[in-house]
Design a protein around this ligand. Sequence first.
Ligand SMILES: [Zn+2]
Ligand SMILES: [Zn+2]
Length: 234
Amino acid sequence: MKWWEVLFQAKEFCCLCDHPHRNVSWAGVWERICPSCCLRLSPISGPCCPLCGRQMGRVQLCGDCRQHPEGILQCNVAVLRYTFYPKQLIRLLKYRGRERLAVPLAEMMAERFYETGIRVNGVTYVPLHPEKWKERGFNQSERLAHQVAQQLHRPLVSTLDKIFPTPPQSQSSRRERIAALQGSFQVKNAYRIKLTDSWLVVDDVYTTGTTLLECARMLKEAGAKQVFSLTFAR
Ligand SMILES: [Zn+2]
Ligand SMILES: [Zn+2]
């Protein structure tokens, strides 16, 4: 190792896959990712659905958003298309205890959100039901939100509780999922009818949008002016 590498704490590994990849400690997140990981990530670019951020051939509402009520969630911002590798990364973070993945993932998210020019007053996250939390030991959305809030220099506030568990998504239709989610989130007592300003809700992935939409609905009912969401993938 060269003297300047010692001095500037050269990092030896890719921040996603831990394979050898030389970079310096102050390098931005994309420079800390090795070329082979970069090849497996598809950043969302070009025309997107204006509400959920899904990459589309042209700017138009996607099929999911056409079925959503308007004016609840301002819009979702996502970093990557939900392809095989982002799916794998989220799985590692969520179920395999690779909690430190939250740092680079959230850095990509904060960077992407900052670029949109949208500014919020506070950051919050999709809560886990206490039973799920006990099972998993942590909430991946909270970990991501914690890092995002730091990067955006905004306060992280735990505003919501999950009061009913959600049935597995694969086993229910869209209508059933919406029905099951209704009333399953609650704004914490301390914040009821006290929320103002604009909020950012963080989650790992935007699939159909029903979860984030329900969170946004609760925050708006409690007084939030605008609610945006930010996810790693869409
Ligand atoms: Zn890598
Ligand atoms: Zn959409």
